[in-house]
Design a protein around this ligand. Structure first.
Ligand code: G4P
Length: 525
């Protein structure tokens, strides 16, 4: 029973550069899977995306993103979980953590722009975990780049073999459709976005001479391109795909509903069901009868008066049943799960059962932290939740010293949520905030004020980079800390961090202290 449920699950996220078409494609996937009523609100999120420095907009975005952060749909007897990632690149830390909770990723590329900066960054995170990647090349209804050029760029910049499953015939006004390279057929393009056509027109006999005159020069050219690539491109190898070395490529136009069904089919047919997850103690297979799960995201609720939060838990094994009591392995606390929510169909309805690959939301008041493992009792610690070395630093002080307790509470909680990283210096008492994007500071000052009543003053700090430091010999680490006391700070879990104002300072320290390791990323254990 558990085995069957696991086998029919697919959990994935979309990675893309802003504007490539993630929102549009998300809506269309939901539409094709019959969850149409959700589509409107996905769009709504987009509206709030641009005005990023406006508080109200940030709040709105937070509110909407809770609701739409996990979308579940059924397609061909499969349960597909789509995890949303924040649109703004300043929240990329959050995105990295979401990517630890998926089994596959869908890379959306704007055919006019090719591989863009943010896609590259997100893809690196996927590569580090060998996450299989499907590729959708979007906006073929526009004047875009040559498809040969595009797949060549993906291969070169992302260092992955591209295996086209479809191939476009023309582009822009002359976009006629795609060849299905597996089934040797052609799907004819028809613009239009309001209705899903069941099948559309599919041409089986590609050798029909009438086709060249119907679709013109583009048809002949596309066939030549196929001949060209088929000589050099390897066969699709599922093992290589699962290892993140090959990516199946699909061409289409999300706004025109074209190529969307192929993506859903690929998710079902190619993407893997949930697999075993690594913990410090052992590998945990998804079909184990006992429940286990890991917190990969924490979102403060919209109601500051209650200060409750939702912990997003990826189910790793077993069967979740509402009401069951679970143990937080970090501190041994028991939690009852009577009010656990699923994200199905956008209403946060109560959830009764869930299996590996599903995401459950557990409301709590701070009991659950990022990286926490939940079990029925076993002491397991899932690994792999990354924290990235901050790239921007600010000091934080308060106008009213009487509020310092609130400041500390606020920063601790926001730090636990992953909104910002908080460092306590080895010498001195001025707290240091670290972030990957500037917007994180704005959100934190705003939330300190509204949720904790603290008027915080943020000022730029002299640091430029941070590295977590470790050493095999604890006394050597201590010696390093003592000798560099003015550059050492401790993070939320008291891990020592070396701070530098210039890259050169880091290289000098690395040269002088060969026994010390400097880490750009810390994994929550
Ligand atoms: P994002 O979430 O990745 O940032 O992208 P989003 O879906 O919001 O799409 C960005 C823009 O690209 C939108 O246009 C959207 O309509 C357009 N788009 C998406 N898919 C296609 C496609 O297949 N073909 C074409 N031609 N355009 C596409 P916009 O002008 O920013 O917004 P809107 O006014 O159209 O909603």
């Amino acid at each position: 029973m558990i085995d069957q449920e696991v086998q029919r699950r697919r959990t994935f996220a979309i990675i893309s550069h802003p504007d490539a078409g993630k929102t549009t494609l998300t809506e269309k996937l939901l539409m094709f899977a019959g969850a149409i009523h959700i589509a409107g609100s996905v769009k709504a999120r987009k509206a709030s995306r641009y005005a990023t420095s406006d508080w109200m907009e940030i709040e709105k975005q937070r509110g909407i993103s809770v609701a739409s952060s996990v979308m579940q749909m059924e397609y061909r007897g499969h349960v597909i979980n789509l995890l949303d990632t924040p649109g703004h690149q300043d929240f990329s830390e959050d995105t990295y953590r979401v990517l630890t909770a998926v089994d596959a990723a869908l890379m959306v590329i704007d055919a006019a722009n090719g591989v863009e900066a943010q896609t590259l960054r997100l893809l690196e995170v996927c590569r580090a975990r060998n996450t299989p990647i499907l590729t959708f090349i979007n906006k073929m209804d526009r004047e875009v780049r040559n498809p040969l050029d595009l797949i060549d760029e993906i291969e070169r910049t992302l260092n992955m073999a591209t295996i086209p499953f479809t191939w476009p015939i023309g582009m822009g006004k002359q976009f006629h459709g795609v060849f299905d390279l597996r089934h040797h057929s052609m799907r004819v393009f028809r613009p239009g976005s309001d209705r899903i056509e069941q099948e559309g027109e599919i041409i089986q006999n590609l050798n029909d001479d009438a086709l060249a005159s119907r679709f013109g020069q583009n048809f002949t050219e596309a066939r030549q391109e196929i001949d060209l690539i088929q000589g050099v491109i390897p066969e699709f190898d599922r093992a290589a795909f699962l290892a993140g070395e090959q990516t199946p490529v699909f061409f289409g136009s999300a706004i025109n509903n074209f190529g969307v069904r192929e993506i859903l089919d690929a998710l079902v047919d190619l993407a893997p069901p949930p697999g075993a997850r690594r913990s410090l103690q052992r590998e945990v297979p998804p079909i184990e009868p006992k429940f286990s799960g890991v917190v990969f995201k924490i979102q403060a609720n919209m109601n500051p008066a209650h200060r409750d939060r939702i912990a997003f838990v990826r189910v790793c094994s077993g069967e979740f049943k509402r009401g069951m009591s679970l143990k937080v392995v970090r501190n041994g606390k028991e939690i009852r799960t009577n009010t656990v929510v699923s994200f199905l169909s956008q209403r946060r309805e109560l959830l009764d059962v869930a299996y590996a690959g599903d995401i459950i939301g557990i409301p709590n008041h701070g009991t659950l932290q990022l990286g926490d493992t939940l079990t029925e009792g076993e002491a397991l610690h899932f690994t792999g939740l990354p924290f990235f070395a901050p790239e921007i630093f600010q000091t934080v002080e308060i106008a009213d010293p009487m509020r310092s307790k609130q400041l500390k509470l606020g920063l601790t909680q926001l730090g636990e949520e992953g909104a910002i990283q908080v460092f306590r210096p080895h010498i001195g008492s001025t707290l240091l905030l670290g972030a990957v994007g500037n917007l994180q500071f704005e959100v934190v000052t705003h939330r300190l004020q509204h949720e904790y009543g603290v008027d915080a003053r943020i000022a730029s700090a002299k640091y430029q980079l941070a590295r977590w430091v470790t050493a095999d010999d604890p006394s050597e680490l201590q010696r390093f800390i003592d000798s560099n006391a003015h550059r050492i700070a401790y993070d939320a879990v008291d891990a020592p961090t070396f701070l530098a104002s210039f890259a050169a300072e880091l290289s000098v320290a690395q040269e002088n202290w060969p026994a010390i390791r400097f880490h750009k990323m810390r994994e929550h254990a």
